[in-house]
Ligand binder design. Structure first.
Ligand SMILES: *[C@@H]1O[C@H](CO)[C@@H](O)[C@H](O)[C@H]1NC(C)=O
Ligand SMILES: *[C@@H]1O[C@H](CO)[C@@H](O)[C@H](O)[C@H]1NC(C)=O
Ligand SMILES: *[C@@H]1O[C@H](CO)[C@@H](O)[C@H](O)[C@H]1NC(C)=O
Length: 405
């Protein structure tokens, strides 16, 4: 009996020690922005205080944390949190970060909060990045105009490795909410992203030139794509995301600029898409000469609720008059192959629930449609599928609408 009790006490002591070690490991030296002069009144420019806190933390080994306390709002002009740093950087935002109104403070900056060249980063804390897009959306003239001014992205991860953004909210970005570029090993988890349904180019998460990126268990409601995957991207998982309103989950646009790299291995699974203009979409511009490849894509276990184009490949993408003039007759050179749509069900807001509009110059190859059940919002009217330039593929299981492959 005594030895059993002793063993139990020993076990408890070990658990307690392990918990303490874990907490100690997770909480390193704290760099509280208020100690560096930040004033949480939403009016004072706190950029310098934040940068000084970051620079000090960045020189510290272990797990330094830049802490933004709750209960206030911190006005930040555009700023770059630059690495490399000595330790694993945590930025714990419990308060509200507030972007400047309009574009005056941005000059040539394409980003508001930019993490650059950091290996090992955690952004968390339950706080909010408020991009105050409503003060700038009316100035969004791109890409309709040449020489136009693009609005700034709220949060950019540029050349970042091993980074996690979790338990934060991004609100009303001026342009994209989060951009991941030239990065590797990025986790975006339990993030809430919101902007009005009519706000221009407010994509939720845009990924390009990056690999090993996961967007999971997050809610995205904006005026543009919930998640968009651009050129040079591979090994992306989008899972447990609720999307809408917005333009859906998109690969592209591709094929507009020379030198674009391929898109390979994307899995979109277990998502709910509601009230959007598209569900899952691949879009490539008309024209272009580079045969960028898009391959190894899986879209599965997705529920659509009143989505206008639940499944769409659009190789005729050309929303502006400028591209209509430049390349009126030239089909897209982007090659799409090995794309699987599996277990996608729900309600389509238009009759054409499946539209596979591929390029005359490079027909889609290796498409799969399996267990598709998409009903028209009006009962008793059947949905349809449309195919153009689809060079074969495989189908199986339930197929509503009937396949055109
Ligand atoms: C940061 O500083 C503020 C103001 O001094 C304080 O209220 C807050 O508790 C501090 N937070 C941490 C985590 O040290
Ligand atoms: C990412 O950083 C954490 C914290 O330092 C570390 O434990 C983990 O091994 C790193 N992961 C990779 C893939 O480098
Ligand atoms: C699917 O996503 C929901 C959240 O949207 C999550 O609760 C659930 O665990 C996920 N299921 C799987 C199998 O990943």
């Amino acid at each position: 009996m005594a030895s059993r009790l002793g063993a139990l006490v020993l076990l408890l002591a070990m658990v307690a020690a392990w918990l303490a070690a874990d907490v100690a490991g997770a909480v390193g030296p704290v760099f509280n922005v208020t100690d560096f002069g930040a004033v949480a009144d939403g009016k004072t420019d706190d950029s310098r205080a934040f940068l000084r806190a970051w620079m000090k933390a960045c020189k510290t080994p272990g797990r330094p944390a830049v802490v933004v306390p709750r209960g206030g709002s911190y006005l930040l002009h555009p700023l770059v949190f630059r690495g490399p740093c000595r330790g694993y950087m945590e930025v714990r935002v419990a308060g509200v970060l507030r972007a400047p109104a309009g574009l005056g403070a941005f000059r040539d900056c394409r980003e508001w909060v930019h993490f650059s060249n950091v290996d090992g980063l955690l952004v968390t804390g339950g706080g909010t990045f408020d991009g105050r897009g409503a003060t700038a959306w009316a100035l969004n003239e791109c890409p309709r105009k040449r020489d136009c001014k693009l609005l700034p992205t709220s949060i950019k991860l540029g050349r970042v490795r091993n980074a996690t953004i979790t338990d934060v909210t991004s609100l009303d970005s001026k342009f994209f909410h989060v951009t991941v570029a030239g990065s590797h090993g990025v986790r975006i988890h339990r993030v809430s992203i919101r902007a009005p349904r009519d706000s221009p180019n407010t994509d939720g998460v845009h990924i390009q030139g990056s690999s090993d990126v996961r967007v999971t268990d997050s809610a995205v409601a904006t005026g543009d794509d919930c998640v968009s995957v651009g050129p040079g991207t591979s090994d992306v998982l989008v899972s447990g995301v609720t999307c809408g309103p917005g333009h859906g989950i998109s690969v592209g646009s591709l094929g507009r600029y020379p030198g674009e790299e391929d898109v390979r291995r994307l899995r979109v699974a277990n998502c709910t898409i509601a009230g959007t203009s598209n569900g899952v979409r691949i879009k490539t511009w008309r024209g272009g000469s580079r045969p960028t490849a898009v391959s190894g894509l899986v879209f599965e276990d997705i529920v659509m609720r009143k989505v206008r184009n639940p499944i769409i490949i659009d190789q005729e993408y050309c929303p502006y008059a400028s591209c209509r003039r430049e390349s009126e007759q030239r089909p897209s050179a982007v090659r799409i192959s090995d794309v699987k749509f599996r277990n996608i069900r729900g309600v389509s807001a238009t009759q054409v629930a499946v539209k596979l509009s591929c390029s005359e110059a490079s027909p889609c190859r290796g498409l799969e449609l399996r267990d598709i059940d998409l009903r028209y919002v009006r009962r008793g009217v059947a949905t349809q599928s449309q195919c153009a330039h689809v060079a074969g593929g495989v189908v199986g299981g339930t197929l509503v609408p009937p396949s055109c492959i």
